[in-house]
Design a protein around this ligand. Sequence first.
Ligand code: SF4
Ligand SMILES: [Zn+2]
Length: 338
Amino acid sequence: MIEALLYEKLSNKTVQCHICQRRCVIKDRGRGHCRTRVNHLGKLHSLIYGLVSTMMISPIEKKPVYHFFPGSAWFSLGSLGCNFRCPGCQNWDIAHSEINLEIKGARIIPPQELIQTAKKSECLGISWTYNEPTLWFEYTLEGAKLAKKNDLYTNYVTNGYMTLEALDLIGPYLDVFRVDLKGFSKDSYQNIAHIDDFSGILEVIQRAKKKWKMHVEIVTNLIPRMNDKEEDLKQMACWISEELGKDTPWHVTRFFPHLRLSHVEPTPIKTLEKTREMGMKQGLDYVYMGNVWGSQAENTYCPGCGEPLIEREGLETKEIHLKKGRCQFCGHSIAGRF
Ligand code: SF4
Ligand SMILES: [Zn+2]
C-alpha cells in the first residue's frame, strides 16, 4: 500500500481523489468507487501499486492499434479494478473484482523488473491494458518514466475518464493513447458506463493528441440498441475528424453477448459495414471493422490511391507496402509511426 498521488485533504480526515473524473470524496477507512484507493487516517493510498493480475507479450494489433509500428511485440499488463461497471465488460473478472492478491495468481512486480522483462523479451514497448490503467496511476507513471529512459514506447489502453491533472502528469511519458469512445450521447454513456457527462472524456482525448502529441486510436464497440444510433455515430465520426484529424484511426468493433448483456445479439455485420462507410463519408481516412474474422476492413488502404498498404489477418500483419511512412505506390503520407 503506497500513498496515492493527486488527492486533496478535506476536514475530518476525509479526502478527495483527483485521479479520475469521479473525484470521489472518501471518508476515513472508506474506499473510492473503483475500490483500489483507500483512506487510512486521512491519507489516501493505492492498494494495487505493482499488483499485476495479467501479463503477456502480444502484437500491438491486439489492443487494437494499427498505425504504430505494425507487427511489433509489446509487453502487455494489467491490474485489478475499474472506475466503470460496463454491463458487457470482457475483462470483468479482473476489472470488477475485489482487490485481492490471491485473485488469478496476481503478484507484485516492481517497475524495474517490468522494464527488464520487456527488454529481455525484445518488446518495442509496454501497454497498460486489461483493466483501466488510470487506477494504477502511481505504478504506470513510474513505469512510463523508466520505459522512456530505457528506449521503450508506452501505450495506455484507457476509457479516457481520467482527470486533466492526471493526464498532464503522465502525458510527457506516453506515446500511444488507445481510447474507447463508448458512444456519443448522454444515454449511451449512462447505459454503458453509468456516467451523466462524457464531455470530459472528449476533452482528455483532445488534450492527449494536441498538447501531448500522443498517437491516438479510437475504439467503439457497437452494442445493438445501446450505442448504435446512426445519428450519434455520425456525430462521433465528425467529432473525430474535426477535433483529432481525419487521419485518426477509428475501430468499430463487433459486440458479442457477454456478462449482463448475454441476452443481446451480436452486432450485425451490416451495421458495422454501414458505420464504416459513413465514417469514411464523413472524411475519416482509416475506419476499421474489428472482431470480424477475415474481413477486408481490417486492412489499411491508401487514402491517396486506394491500394491496400497493410494487409492483416486477425492479429497478424501479413504485408506492408510502405516506404518511410509513405504509400509505395503513390507516395501519400500515412498517419502514425512505421
Ligand atoms: S480513481 Fe477511484 S477513488 Fe479516485 S476518483 Fe476515480 S473512482 Fe474515485
Ligand atoms: Zn497510395
